[in-house]
Structures are given as structure tokens and as C-alpha cells.
Ligand binder design. Structure first.
Ligand code: UDP
Length: 237
């Protein structure tokens, strides 16, 4: 048996998504291994269970609720190192089909994985929305990078993943101290870290936006936030 840690953030209004995420992951995700959910939330109604650990996480305000994710994970690094693999999922993701060991990265993948962004999987590189300002630590020139990853699902071997979160948290802090907010927050950071690596890039099947019409089967969907009040409502903007 391997130990798989699931990292999940739901502060403020995003806690509305937790139960359906949890139920769907219990039904469909890596069935025969040991799963532990690490839920970063301020919602006192989310209770610990045999495989759910709750980490009290106050609302930081947009965009810090998502951009400070690396800091959050680092804050329980010692606990997370007990897992063999770690996977982060956005709050509004829901499993609709079985997802098994095919998403575990190996040495060839530098022990990291992420999802090919459903909005960019067939776009020319020049359209990728990497951070393009040279002042940012996450700057990627137009001739670099081959895939645009979505920040909603990524993971890896625990020690390798946590090396990444340690590095990216520090770089986010550097940008903030220079009054720079990376254009797509954590996603800009992830793409920067992955650009010179060979992560397992799973298809948009694993992050299929509800209501879109893509040539991929649906394995994990991203629930339409408009059905939950929309972005601004959820982000408290
Ligand atoms: N998030 C949160 N509370 C907030 C805003 C964001 O918990 O107030 C977390 C949540 O896990 C969410 C993730 O940050 O899925 C990314 O934010 P969002 O879904 O708004 O960004 P998207 O990638 O969908 O544009």
C-alpha cells in the first residue's frame, strides 16, 4: 500500500464544494491505497474523519487564498513527508470516473505531475499565459516552455513536491516584496517550476470544465462556478 495525501483548500465560500469533492474522491480516486485528505479551511462545520485532517486556515483574501497555497503546505511539511505522494486539487473539482495509479509520476517525470490546461492544450506556445514580465521571478520568455499547466491539479512524490513548494513560497514572497503579483498567481509559479522539468502531463480529461465541449472523456470535472454564485461571489470580491 502507498500513502497518498490529498491537499485541498476551501476558505471562505469555497467550503461549499468540499463534501462533493470528498464523496467523489472516495468513490473514484486511487481505490486500493491509503488516502488522507488535508483540508485547509476556516469552516468549523468541516469535521475530521478517519481519513480527513482539518488544518485551520483563515481567509487571506483574494488572491492570497490561492497564491499562498505553497506556504500553507509548507506549514505542515513534517506531517506531509509521511505520505508517499501528494496531490493538490482545486476546491471545485469532482471525480466522475475512476482515476488510478496512472497519475503517479515516476523518475522520468522528475517525480512530478500536472494537468494540461483545457483552455491551452491545442494553442500555439505564444498564446500561453506564462508570466511575461521580466521583473517577476516567474518570468518565462516567449521561446521557453512547451506545455501550459493548469494550477488546479498537480502533485508528485512528497519530498520532491515539498522541495517545490518551499522554493515557490520563497519566490512568491520575493515578488510580493517587489510589489509584484504573478499574473496567474500560483499557476504562474507552477509553470515556471515545471518548464525545465519533464512532469507527467495528464490530459484535460482530468480537469474537464463542466459545460465545455472538448475531445476528451471526463474523469475529473471542474464544476461551473457560475452555478455557485460566480467567481466574484465565491472569492468575496
Ligand atoms: N480558494 C479558496 N478560497 C478563496 C479563493 C480560492 O479556498 O476564497 C482556493 C480554492 O481551493 C480554489 C483555489 O483557491 O479552488 C483556486 O481559486 P479559484 O478556483 O478561484 O481559481 P481558478 O483557478 O478557478 O481561476
Amino acid at each position: 500500500m502507498i500513502n497518498v495525501g490529498i491537499l485541498y483548500i476551501c476558505t471562505g465560500k469555497y467550503s461549499v464544494f468540499f463534501e462533493q469533492f470528498y464523496e467523489s474522491a472516495e468513490k473514484y480516486f486511487i481505490k486500493n491505497q491509503n488516502k488522507t485528505y488535508y483540508v485547509f479551511t476556516d469552516d468549523v462545520n468541516i469535521k475530521e474523519r478517519h481519513n480527513v485532517k482539518v488544518i485551520n486556515q483563515p481567509v487571506l483574501g483574494w488572491p492570497y487564498d490561492t497564491m499562498k497555497r505553497f506556504h500553507m503546505f509548507n506549514s505542515i511539511k513534517d506531517t506531509l513527508l509521511n505520505e508517499n505522494y501528494l496531490f493538490f486539487f482545486n476546491a471545485n473539482m469532482k471525480f466522475v470516473d475512476y482515476v488510478n495509479e496512472e497519475i503517479l509520476p515516476n523518475e522520468e517525470n522528475d517525480n512530478l505531475m500536472a494537468v494540461n490546461h483545457p483552455g491551452f492544450y491545442n494553442s500555439p506556445k505564444g498564446n500561453f499565459t506564462y508570466e511575461r514580465r521580466p521583473q517577476s521571478r516567474f518570468y518565462i520568455p516567449y521561446n521557453e516552455g512547451t506545455i501550459y499547466y493548469q494550477g488546479c491539479l498537480n502533485g508528485g512524490k512528497s519530498d520532491v513536491f515539498l522541495d517545490m513548494t518551499e522554493k515557490l513560497a520563497g519566490m512568491i514572497d520575493e515578488d510580493l516584496s517587489n510589489d509584484i503579483i504573478p499574473v496567474w498567481w500560483d499557476e504562474s509559479a507552477l509553470n515556471w517550476y515545471y518548464k525545465d522539468k519533464n512532469p507527467l502531463a495528464v490530459s484535460p480529461s482530468y480537469a474537464y470544465p463542466e459545460g465545455w465541449n472538448l475531445p476528451f472523456e471526463k474523469k475529473i470535472i471542474q464544476l461551473d462556478k457560475n452555478k455557485f454564485g460566480g467567481y466574484n461571489f465565491l472569492r468575496n470580491l
